[in-house]
Design a protein around this ligand. Sequence first.
Ligand SMILES: Cc1cc2nc3c(=O)[nH]c(=O)nc-3n(C[C@H](O)[C@H](O)[C@H](O)COP(=O)(O)O)c2cc1C
Length: 175
Amino acid sequence: MKKIAVVYRSKSGFTTKYANWISKTIGGDLLHGKETKIEDLLGYDVIIYGGGIYAGGVNGLKLITGNYEKLKGKKLIVFGLGASPVRPEIYEEVKNRNLTKEQQERIAFFLLRGGFDNSKLTFVDKILMQGMKIYLKRKKEPTDDDRDMLNAYARPVDYTDKKYIEPIINEVINI
Ligand SMILES: Cc1cc2nc3c(=O)[nH]c(=O)nc-3n(C[C@H](O)[C@H](O)[C@H](O)COP(=O)(O)O)c2cc1C
């Protein structure tokens, strides 16, 4: 039996939902990324790391990428989730921003859709997102995605869906 860890960081609860679904489906240990040290992960065969995307970066991913050498020989899976829709070009952009070419050869990367809930953000994140709101409002030719994002400030959106974890589960099953 492979020992599986599902490690996650979540600021407003969207990644928490996916991490719970994944660990319940495959039976791995659920670990909170903030309280997890690299030593805690060395006894696992499979490490699944998930985090929200903040300004393009997967929250807390340094735990994995910064300790990449120590994790050699293990099956590594990373998922990031943002408020943006999941499209091939966005997937490529986020993957290249977060993993080097070498890491991409050994780490299976997935992009899932999260949501946006302004009321759950910290003061600092609220300020940052106010800046984004002003930028979106001033855009001369806003896209549908821009309009969806602007609407989400007034009314939280949750795009999470359990079916999106299927490729991650298959990745574990096919080891
Ligand atoms: C300051 C800030 C920056 C963000 N940057 C991005 C981004 O670059 N791309 C994206 O798709 N979503 C972005 N988001 C949205 C979050 O990734 C999204 O709300 C995600 O579901 C949060 O997951 P969590 O609650 O588990 O942390 C950002 C949100 C905040 C507050």
